[in-house]
Design a protein around this ligand. Structure first.
Ligand SMILES: [Zn+2]
Length: 101
């Protein structure tokens, strides 16, 4: 069973994992340093969807906000939080493995 517990802003700050913000309208994607995002460490990053404006089409709010997948999966593996790794995330290669294969 995958435990879909929320990803907290403080976890990303501590693990130095960027937020991946993407726009549902134009598919523009940007990474945001969680240290630069205002909010308590306990904040569920899903609460941040209304905070961002798309730099490309200028849509405001409704953004998709997730932890940047690769560094987040690596962090979960390093910290042995395997219950939080979804089947899709299991496809991510290990840190240091050849990324160009
Ligand atoms: Zn956009």
């Amino acid at each position: 069973m995958v435990d879909l517990q929320p990803v907290r802003l403080g976890e990303l700050r501590k693990a130095n994992v960027p937020l991946a913000v993407s726009c549902p309208l134009c598919s523009h994607r940007a990474n945001v340093d969680p240290v630069r995002v205002r909010g308590p460490d306990s904040l569920d990053i899903k609460e941040l969807t209304s905070r961002f404006r798309c730099q490309k089409c200028l849509r405001h709010g409704g953004m998709s906000v997730t932890a940047e997948t690769k560094p987040w999966v690596w962090h979960l593996r390093r910290t042995r939080q395997f219950h939080r790794i979804s089947p899709m995330m299991k496809m991510i290669r290990d840190e240091g493995e050849d990324e160009q294969a």
